[in-house]
Write a new protein. Structure first.
Lengths: 579, 924
């Protein structure tokens, strides 16, 4: 049904025409072409499934296998081409556990054979790991155990006030084959995922390491009951794609607006990684690695790492809670994105982007404006006063280290700023480092945003809702995007903002890769000896900033997410991989 | 052109042969006898040629034929029991020719004297008796072929907007009494026309060329013999029947559009076949790609994707071209000849073709954002540019009918229409989100075809019984192959000038979309009517049934092409360079390819069974009461493939009883008052029931259906006073009220990051109240100098309010407001002049529709309003010599801009340009 007969027939006719055209070139039958898009998956310790799409006119396919990286190929089976071109599956059994096998497929057409298709590498599963599927909503308290690898199949909701407890060291995979698989912790429900530095909790793709891509699965979505700036029914991006009724296991509509309790508690995340998430259940609605929607201040989030998500690494819609020790690697849009009246306090956060990771086909697309931090006021329906809608988005972001890729091509035509602060956003951005952004360090966009700062170049912390203080900016063409009618610039000296456009990001830190090179994974974000970021911090908070910070966030004498000589808090539990 | 010339020669030769055969042979008189009180055909009327022994009895539908009449001046005499006999004088019959003369008979009063009238006068009284507006039980308005011929209207959509209370949107879609298109149904010769639009159930009436039309009737009140799913109106298009004697017409025309003709404008690239609206497979999705489905679950290598990108047609940017003048041509041949063993067969074959190029110039579009001050709006994402359109419309029909034994009439009607538009749009503007300037190029090609084959018959079984039936098979197709969108960033160079750089990331940088829709309707219906009572107090009982099977398949597939990491040396090339193959080899890794709008496929199966029983009872000679009820049973199944590849099915079973009651009082001095009450319904469109989320083909909104939708029940009350002071003159005043229970309304759902989705929901209720005034007046009766001038005007003023539930799903729309699409007023007025012979005429028409909601605003934004717009059209017909006549038409003389606004923001604005055409018509 998905392909109307007419398209199928025309496809057939066209391929026949193509064949006819080819055959006129020589008197012999043309060589068949190899199949495209073959894939393989280990389904147990001894079984591998090979899947590919047949083509019209082919008579059959020989599946050939080789063991290890160097073994020779030998035929292991033959599949007859189905009458109607479609998906063909070959199941190879009797294999060894934890062993790498390579496969390719040879197309047969009568007596002619094609050259082999592209190689597929599959490693069979190891012994001793229990596996479990989660394919229905979690509506009663449940614990996930570290000795089991769980696979999420479909849109799994933790609902009905249930608490999902996840033991340290547990791995939860989002199923690649069940499109959009994700975990949504709904309003009223809780997640207690507290790992340790030695045994973090990992949410990742079900594909084998080495073949994972951004958007392989959905991501982790937490919906609380705290207020947000937009009124009316506002739904989680990507939810509600298949039916509007509440049915277990389906992607029903999840509303996050209308929260009432600022102190709402959605549980705790600690030492949690989310990798290769970001599938878009509908067009332009990619899920984020971590989505916090209307999450209240009773929730605790610390030591969280987003790796290679297709949309943002961390996105915050309204609500407000304390968030510390967060690392975003290579997210394919923004690393931190706050909007709709978010009130949270973030301290010690790192954003590192060096490239765009390949995307799972059909999962979505790269952002056209990738920034380190992209904070908005209110945008969309339910913003009663447009960009001036209250509550303002007013986070406190302290001790941030934002490092870009240094390439406008990577960041997209509208991206490439360390911080994009726009659409009437407020908040306090202090003690940070912004480096290697191709468009500029900071963009203060829209007259409404500037108004939050009192419409002055040196905001007064005693009165301003918005200030950027004690920042160091390096390896960018400009510190602030050039002033215009809709674009504003803060005074550098008056706000203790250091700027050296020629200075490299690598020179600021103890050890980070040079622009354009592939990270080895051993980052050291502490200030290099003599680095300007080792000092110059705002140690004492005053005025509205102090009131906002309370006891949760304190000033530092240094800039960035790591103290000189301090703990390398990101080491051991974060991971840098590309596939 | 050569075809037309050949045709002309054939027609000339055959006309000459025909002329030679005409010697001083006896002629023929044909016609219909109708009841002056009801306009219905009267059978069993004795029709005699006075002074001869020639005569006949009228048969089915009052039709009669008298053969072998000697040429010269003839007098006819007609009589039937219960009716006043009539003598018609002054008929002149040419040798060997056929003369058509209809006769109206009035119910006998106390005096039984014979009335004698002239043939010319009788034509007037027949016209009056055939006035459907006057005689029909329900409130109807009609545009006849005579009216269309005097107007500049080229298709049914243009003609229908002359009817009171009618609004035509986009030059295609009909709204009646300000209600949305969902409340209007369209039929062709009484059978439902399938909808060729994927997201709406509407028939673009511009697909029906005016040359093929006999009448367009708009019925505004329900009687049980009509389909129950209309509440605003039922628009019935009747194609022409055959003339009494063989006749040919040929017309050719040409013209210019002030916005385009002769100018160099960017036009869409062609693939071949566009001039006939039939590109065949030239724009199909590349076969290899079609076979790979939605690319899900495949593991295509970068090289494989590059190779697939290379398969698309390398067409992205419109090319400049000088716009050709408008051109049109039409021919028809019809007659009633003894073709089959001497048996007379009536026939009409007709064909028409037109094409043209126009431009929507000075086009501005923008989005609105809520401003800081409560209630204010700010403009964002403003783009300016122009859209050019190359349009083609052609079609043909074949009508064949015959009478068997005077009481049985069989007819076959076949029709085929095809239209195509090839659009190109170039615009420049600013994206607020990305903070960049951009240039967008779009090309879109849409072709639609409607075909219909109908077989039917009417049987007169004695004086009192008539039976008719019809079976119809119709099919529509909408094909939108290979739409392209290409977006470039405009980079201002420090040294001056600008560079265009393709945006190779995101979903929208380079997109190709392929969309097909097929819908097939099979319908069978039968009606039986029993008439009794006296001529002055007739009664009727009517019953019948209908069965209709509809099946629709729609599929949309879109692909986004990106080039992540492509350097300026790639992205700064022209699009046709980027995609000429240099980067799409199997070994290159420049492009990425991803499917969009995954799951835009659905199929629907709809089975409708209906039966009705109704009666008309003349309580007195002056008061007629009619009433009855209709039962409809609808089985509807919609299967869709969701974004996630999982099929979703919706199944609905609806049974409805739809009663109706109407009363008509005939008052002295040609006045009438009528009142009616009825219950009708409106069912959801197929796409609206399918709960998948996909991107609209038409306007690019993300759209999601709702499987919880219920049908809307509508309670209708109508009352109308009418006065017919003279033949062809009308004054009427009507009020109407409608109450909608759970009307379906298009609303928005909003999501994080400000994205939103179009959604359909049942509102709680809606009310619609209105007043209609119509005036048709000959000015000769006021000032004798103004003989031949007729003024007509109709105004509808209405008001509606809809209340949406405050539910959790769709509160992103204003909850209480007017219904979407409802205009507060519609005004049509015009002045026509016809000379005494009726061969020369001039008409000037004015049309204005009040501000109406184009789309409900997502709160707190105000609603999007389509602004009132005035249109003036003029047409002139003058005879040249013999059968040759000339026509001059001017359309949209004011060229006032089309404009939609949201608060203070102009959402869309353009000028369509004035159109001038001139042509010649030849009727030998």
């Amino acid at each position: 049904m998905f392909f109307p007969r007419r398209i199928a027939v025309s496809a057939l006719v066209a391929s026949l025409a193509m064949l006819a055209a080819c055959s006129s070139d020589s008197s012999t039958e043309p060589l068949p072409t190899p199949v495209l898009g073959a894939s393989g998956q280990a389904t147990s310790t001894t079984v591998v499934k090979i899947t590919f799409t047949s083509k019209a006119g082919d008579t059959g396919y020989n599946v050939e296998r080789a063991e290890g990286t160097a073994g020779a190929f030998a035929q292991v089976g033959t599949v007859t081409a189905p009458a109607t071109p479609g998906s063909v599956t070959f199941t190879d059994t009797g294999l060894k556990a934890s062993t790498l096998y390579r496969y390719h497929i040879v197309t047969m057409k009568g007596s002619s054979v094609s050259s082999p298709s592209a190689e597929i590498s599959v490693t069979t599963l190891a012994f001793g790991f229990a596996a479990a599927e989660i394919n229905t909503d979690i509506t009663a308290n449940r614990t996930l155990y570290a000795d089991t690898t769980y696979t999420l199949k479909g849109f799994i909701h933790v609902a009905n006030g249930a608490t999902l407890t996840v033991q340290p060291g547990t791995t939860v995979k989002g199923d690649f084959n069940t499109l959009g698989s994700c975990l949504m912790v709904l309003r009223g429900a809780k997640i207690q995922a507290v790992g340790t530095a030695d045994a973090p909790i990992v949410f990742t793709s079900s594909r084998t390491a080495g073949s994972r891509q951004a958007g392989d699965w959905g991501g982790l979505i937490i919906v609380g009951n705290a207020p947000s700036a937009r009124t009316g029914a506002v739904e989680i991006e990507g939810s509600g794609t298949d039916g509007t009724t509440v049915v277990g296991g389906k992607n029903y509509q999840v509303i996050y607006s209308g929260g009432t309790t600022a102190t709402d508690n959605s549980g705790e995340l600690k030492y949690v990684r989310v990798e290769f998430a970001g599938y878009a259940p509908s067009l332009n609605n990619e899920l984020n690695a971590f989505t916090f929607a209307a999450v209240g201040s009773g929730t605790k989030v610390s030591y969280v790492n987003a790796v290679n998500g297709l949309d943002d690494s961390f996105e915050f819609f309204g609500g407000g809670f304390d968030f510390s020790y967060g690392v975003g690697f290579e997210g394919e849009d923004d690393q931190f994105d706050m909007s709709e009246g978010f009130q949270g306090r973030l301290q010690y956060i790192i954003s590192y982007k060096s490239t765009n990771i390949p995307i799972r086909t059909g999962a979505g697309s790269y952002g056209t404006d990738m920034e380190g931090i992209e904070n908005d006021g209110c945008i969309g329906s339910g913003c009663a006063n447009g960009y001036d809608t209250t509550p303002y988005t007013q986070p406190l972001v302290a001790n941030f280290t934002l490092i870009g890729a240094g390439s406008q091509t990577i960041h997209g035509p509208g991206g490439g700023f360390g911080m994009m602060l726009r659409r009437g956003v407020a908040g306090y951005y202090v003690n940070g480092v912004v480096a290697r952004y191709p468009a500029g360090g900071i963009s203060v966009r829209d007259v409404n945003t500037y108004a939050r700062a009192g419409s002055v170049a040196i905001p007064d912390l005693a009165t301003a809702d918005f200030a950027v203080k004690n920042i160091y900016i390096a390896e960018t063409p400009v510190a602030f995007q050039a002033a215009s009618a809709t674009q504003f610039v803060f005074d550098l000296a008056g706000n203790n903002i250091g700027y050296d456009g020629a200075r490299t990001a690598a020179s600021l830190f103890a050890s980070i890769p040079a622009t354009g090179s592939v990270p080895s994974g051993a980052f050291d974000f502490t200030p290099a000896a003599g680095s300007p970021i080792a000092a110059g911090g705002l140690a004492t908070f005053t005025g509205k900033l102090a009131a906002k910070a309370g006891t949760a966030v304190t000033g530092t004498t240094y800039l960035g997410a790591a103290a000189p000589g301090g703990a390398k808090w990101w080491q051991g539990w974060t991971i840098y991989v590309r596939n | 052109m050569r075809i037309i010339r050949t045709l002309l020669v054939v027609l000339l030769v055959s006309a000459a042969v025909h002329a030679e055969a005409q010697t001083a042979r006896p002629g023929r008189i044909v016609g219909r006898v109708i009841d002056a009180g009801t306009g219905l055909g009267l059978s069993d009327v004795a029709v005699q040629v006075v002074g001869t022994r020639l005569g006949t009895m009228s048969g089915l539908d009052g039709r009669f034929t008298v053969n072998g009449v000697a040429p010269g001046t003839v007098t006819l005499f007609a009589r039937r029991i219960g009716f006043q006999p009539k003598t018609i004088t002054g008929l002149f019959l040419d040798p060997g020719k056929t003369l058509e003369q209809n006769v109206s008979l009035a119910a006998a009063t106390l005096q039984l004297g014979v009335v004698t009238v002239s043939a010319t006068a009788e034509r007037g009284s027949v016209n009056e008796a055939l006035d459907q507006q006057r005689l029909s039980l329900n409130v109807v308005s009609a545009v006849t072929s005579e009216v269309i011929a005097k107007s500049p209207d080229g298709n049914a959509a243009q003609a229908v907007q002359r009817i009171s209370g009618v609004t035509v949107q986009d030059g295609k879609y009909v709204f009646v009494r300000g209600l949305g298109e969902r409340y209007t149904t369209s039929s062709l010769n009484g059978s439902r026309v399938p909808s060729p639009e994927p997201e709406k159930r509407v028939v673009p009436l511009d697909m029906f060329p005016a040359g093929l039309l006999q009448t367009i009737t708009t019925t505004k009140t329900f009687t049980p013999d009509q389909p129950g799913d209309f509440s605003g109106a039922q628009v019935d298009i009747r194609t022409k029947e055959f003339p009494a004697e063989r006749a040919y017409t040929l017309s050719l025309g040409s013209g210019a559009s002030s916005s385009a003709t002769g100018k160099s404008i960017p036009v869409a690239r062609t693939a071949g076949g566009e001039p006939w609206g039939a590109v065949g497979h030239k724009r199909d999705l590349p076969a290899l790609l079609a076979g790979l489905g939605n690319l899900q679950g495949l593991n295509l290598s970068p090289g494989e994707k590059n190779m697939l990108v290379g398969l698309f047609r390398n067409a992205w940017s419109p090319t400049p071209s000088t716009a050709a003048p408008l051109a049109s041509g039409a021919f028809s041949v019809g007659g009633n000849d003894p073709i089959l063993f001497g048996h007379r067969i009536g026939y009409l074959f007709s064909g028409t073709y037109s094409n043209g190029t126009d431009e929507k110039s000075n086009q501005v579009r923008a989005l609105a954002n809520r401003g800081s001050v409560t209630g204010s709006t700010d403009e964002i994402d403003r783009f300016t540019g122009a859209t050019t359109s190359q349009n083609v419309l052609w079609g043909g029909l074949a009508n064949i009918s015959t009478l068997l034994g005077g009481n049985h009439r069989f007819l076959v009607n076949a029709m085929y229409n095809r239209s195509a538009e090839n659009n190109a749009r170039i615009e420049r503007g600013h994206f607020e989100n990305e903070g960049i300037d951009a240039r967008i190029q779009r090309m879109q090609y849409v072709e639609r075809a409607v075909q219909s084959l109908q077989l039917g018959a009417e049987h007169s079984l004695g004086e009192q019984h008539t039976f008719d039936w019809a079976v119809t098979s119709s099919k529509v197709q909408r094909n939108e192959p290979d739409r392209s969108e290409f977006v470039q960033q405009i980079v201002t160079n420090p040294s001056g000038g600008e560079t265009l750089r393709w945006i190779p990331t995101g979903n929208g940088g380079a997109v190709r979309t392929f969309s097909v829709l097929d819908e097939v309707n099979e319908e069978a219906r039968a009606n039986y009517q029993f008439s009794f009572g006296s001529a002055s107090r007739p009664h009727r009982i009517k019953l019948g049934g209908l069965m209709r099977n509809t099946s629709r398949d729609a599929d949309t597939r879109a692909f986004s092409i990106t080039a992540p990491g492509a350097p300026p040396s790639v992205t700064e090339l022209a699009p046709e360079q980027i995609f000429d193959g240099r980067f799409s080899g199997l070994s290159t890794e420049v492009f990425d390819l991803a499917p969009l709008a995954q799951g835009g496929a659905y199929s629907a199966r709809d089975h409708l069974t209906a039966a009705y029983l109704m009666g008309e009872w003349s309580a007195t000679e002056k008061v007629k009461v009619s009433g009855g009820a209709r039962v409809e049973q609808d089985h509807l199944d919609v299967d869709a493939v969701s974004t996630l590849g999982a099929p979703l099915s919706t199944s609905k079973r609806w049974n409805d009883l739809l009663p109706a009651l109407a009363i008509t009082w005939t008052l002295p001095r040609d006045q009438q008052v009528r009142a009616s009450v009825s219950r009708t319904l409106a069912r959801p469109e197929y796409r609206e029931l399918s709960p998948i989320k996909s991107r609209d083909v038409l306007n690019g909104d993300d759209t999601q259906g709702n499987d919880q939708l219920e049908r809307t029940r509508v309670f209708n009350v109508d009352a109308r006073w009418e006065w017919y002071p003279h033949s062809g003159e009308t004054v009427s005043f009507a009020v109407f009220a409608k109450s909608f229970d759970r009307p379906i309304e298009r609303v928005y759902r909003s999501a994080g990051s400000g994205t939103r989705t179009v959604f359909y929901t049942n509102a709680d209720k809606a009310d619609n109240l209105g007043v209609e005034v119509e005036l048709r007046k000959s000015l000769a009766s006021l000032v004798s100098l103004l003989e031949g001038f007729q003024l007509f005007t109709n105004v509808t003023v209405m008001q509606s309010s809809i209340t949406l539930p405050k539910n959790t799903q769709a509160s992103a729309t204003n909850l209480k407001r007017r219904m979407v699409g409802q205009a507060p007023y519609v005004l049509n007025t015009g002045l026509t002049w016809v000379n005494k012979s009726g061969k020369a005429s001039a008409t000037i028409l004015f049309n204005q529709v009040g501000d109406r909601i184009d789309a409900a605003g997502d709160t707190p934004l105000p609603d999007v309003i389509e602004r009132a717009r005035s249109v003036v059209d003029f047409s002139l017909r003058v005879p040249v010599f013999n059968g040759l006549s000339a026509r001059v038409d001017a359309k949209n003389l004011l060229d006032s801009p089309y404009r939609t606004t949201q608060g203070t923001v102009t959402r869309d604005r353009y000028r369509a340009g004035r159109t001038f055409t001139a042509g010649l018509s030849w009727r030998p």
